[in-house]
Structures are given as C-alpha cells and as structure tokens.
Design a protein around this ligand. Structure first.
Ligand code: GAL
Length: 380
C-alpha cells in the first residue's frame, strides 16, 4: 500500500516538474534601446530541427536556423547581433513587423468617411511601413511566451494610441508566432479599433536559404502563385491597374531562377524585384490559406513555402541592401536576400472600391485577422 502511495506522489511531483520544465522558453537580454527599454530574445525550438529567435522590439524574427537536405543547419534570416544594430540606419526592417500600414501610401494621404488624413512622408513623397519614430518596427511590444500541444511560441501585443503616426483610432494588436513541429513559423495577426482606420500588418523577414550573408539570391528558384501584379509609377505607387504577369520578368508561375531576368528591371523605378503580386485565390474562402510562393535553394536543398489568407504578396529582392555588416560578422550585399511580405495591396487606402482591390479599412466592432505561414523543408 505504502509503495502505491509513494508512486502516486512521485508521479504527481514528476509530472508537475516535467510540465513546468516544458513550459520554460529560454529568454536572454538583447540590449537596451536608446530610450532605455530592455529588449529580450526568446529561443523557440521545434522537434523538426527549426530554431527561431524572436525579440520584443518590433516583434521581430532575429534568426531562423533550419536544416538542409543533409541535416546541416544554417541561419537563413538577416539580422543583427544586438538591438543597437536594429536602431542603426543600416536596418531595413530586418525581420520586424511593419505597420500600421505596411508598404506605401501615396503622398501619405488618404480619406476615410469623408475625412482627410495626413501621415508622415518618410519615403520621398510617400508614407512607407507606418512612418517614422513610432512605426511598429520600433515599438517594444509586450511579450507572452507559451507552449501548447508540444509547440512553442510568443504572443506580442501592443495598443497604438489614437493619432499615433497620424492614424486614427486606438488600435489593439496581437501578433502570435508559433513554431510548429512541421518546421513552420505561423504568424497570426489580430487587431481591433475604436475608430475607423486603415491597416496592413506584415512581417519583413529577409531570407537567403543558403544562409544569411551568402552573396546572392540569383540562383534561388521562385514560384509565385500570381497571374497579375500591381504596376507602379516612378515613386513605387500603384497605378491602380491589375496587369498580367505574362510576357514580363514578373512571370514566376513556373519555377524560375531569380537572377534569370532581374537585370531587365534594374533600370525601372523598382530597381529590380519590388512588386506586389495579386495572388490567385481561385474561389478560396475568406481566411483560407493558399500558397503564395515557393522559394528553393537548389544547392542546399532548403525550401520555403509561403501560405496566406491575404490577397497579395510583396516580393522584394533586396535592391537596397548595400553591404552593411550583419550578424556574426557577415555582410549583406545588394540583392543577397529577399522578402515575401503577405499583405493587402500597396496604397489600398486610395483605391478602395475599385474592381479587384481589397478592403483595408477596419471599423469598431470588427476584427482584423491575417495568417502567414513560412514553412521550411528540403528538396533533393
Ligand atoms: C520593402 C519595400 C522596398 C523597400 C524595403 C525597405 O518592403 O517594398 O521598396 O522600401 O521594404 O528597404
């Protein structure tokens, strides 16, 4: 009898310890921002061998270590070794959440319910990625690490006050990252507001599947699930047209090496690949994930599949990377990484109601939702 009781006590104690141990997600200091906020770094692991580091400044992805076809790991995301790098002018939104409106708004102006709003113009004449001092990439978010069903994650939250960066409404946001045992990073965005507002949240991770700091992505092979794209003017503002990709260097409907036609775009306003693609959703329901992109590094065999419920993806080929120093002494050369930013179309606030253009307005009582999955794998 005594032995049975002991066993029960031991089992209960053991399961409590095991439960607690499993819930602990390693966290370390990552430096202090210029205005004195403590920045932390969480390390998430999956059973499939994916290791992802996230920081609370910008709710950002700092690193993604993923195995190649022989099981050899490399960090495939651009970033810096500490928060000072992210605060330097060399930072180009590496891995951060961008917003409130990711991408561009023409002249920083939009009208909503008859009222005119003026946002900060930080990209020539236009507003880019949420503005200047209080754009979401610069905010230190609240963080809640979690472990659920054997998967680890962090939920970041932030309430942007009414008028911050010129946007209307107190906007309550959460960004939940889960690292799944199938080697996926699932990003789930949610937001509510107390006044009508516009928003477009996305993640700005830069990928090089051969490892960050590898000299080019020209040999990476890309497939994009898009028959159309949004052509842009001299300042990268969409003209309003949804044009076919057929017979242009933007046709990635068949897997194609990124470097094959990129030079045809060097002399254009985009300076290479920097376009919003209209995803083929083929009758998919709202909220249903469809494949947006598949990126393959033929040498290492690493693959990245991007799935989303959003109508667009910005394929940005790193045209503004300029050889800056990144993590572990690596440098980030021109076009040595790309971003695949799931989103509504750029300048949607000025194209509301136009045929084929998505809604970007959030009203009180509604909930903004957006899911993006970055799924890593290998090919032979
Ligand atoms: C991208 C954008 C580019 C550039 C980059 C940041 O999302 O499409 O034009 O602004 O961000 O350097």
């Amino acid at each position: 009898m005594l032995r049975v009781i002991n066993l029960v006590v031991f089992t209960a104690a053991f399961s409590t310890i095991a439960h607690r141990a499993a819930a602990v997600i390693p966290v370390e200091g990552f430096g202090q921002t210029k205005d004195g906020s403590q920045v932390k770094l969480w390390t998430l692991n999956s059973k499939g061998g994916l290791t992802v580091r996230l920081m609370n400044r910008g709710a950002a992805i700092v690193s993604i270590e993923v195995p190649d076809r022989d099981g050899k790991k490399a960090d495939v995301a651009l970033g810096f070794d500490d928060v000072a790098g992210y605060e330097s002018p060399d930072n180009q939104y590496f891995g951060t959440i961008v917003g409130r409106y990711g991408n561009r708004i023409a002249g920083g102006k939009f009208q909503l319910d008859g009222k005119q709003y003026q946002l900060f113009t930080n990209d020539g004449p236009n507003h880019l990625h949420g503005g200047d001092g209080r754009s979401l990439d610069k905010i230190v978010w609240q963080a809640e690490p979690f472990e659920s069903g054997g998967q680890q994650g962090v939920t970041f939250s932030y309430t942007s006050p009414d008028g911050e960066e010129g946007y209307p409404g107190n906007l309550k946001m959460t960004v939940k990252y889960t690292v799944s045992n199938k080697n996926e990073i699932r990003i789930e965005y949610a937001a509510t507001t107390d006044k009508p507002t516009v928003l477009n949240l996305t993640n700005h991770a830069y990928f090089n599947l051969a490892g960050h700091g590898s000299p080019t992505i020209n040999e990476h092979v890309l497939r994009l699930n898009a028959d159309r794209y949004t052509p842009v003017d001299e300042t990268l503002i969409p003209t309003g047209e949804l044009a076919p990709v057929a017979d242009t260097p933007l046709d990635f409907r068949q897997p194609t090496a990124i470097g094959k036609r990129v030079d045809e775009l060097t002399a254009t306003s985009a300076k290479g690949y920097d376009h919003n693609f209209v995803l083929n959703r083929d009758g998919a329901a709202a909220g249903e994930l469809v494949e947006a992109a598949v990126l393959v590094d033929p040498k290492s065999g690493r693959t990245l599949t991007v799935l989303t419920d959003q109508p667009g993806v910005q394929f940005y080929g790193g045209n503004f990377l300029k050889g800056q120093a990144g993590k572990q002494g690596k440098t980030y050369a021109h076009r040595s990484a790309c971003c695949l930013e799931t989103q509504v179309f750029p300048d949607s606030p000025n194209n509301q109601g136009k045929e084929g253009w998505p809604n970007c307005v959030l009203r009180p009582g509604e909930t903004y939702k957006h899911t993006c999955v970055y799924a890593f794998g290998t090919a032979r």
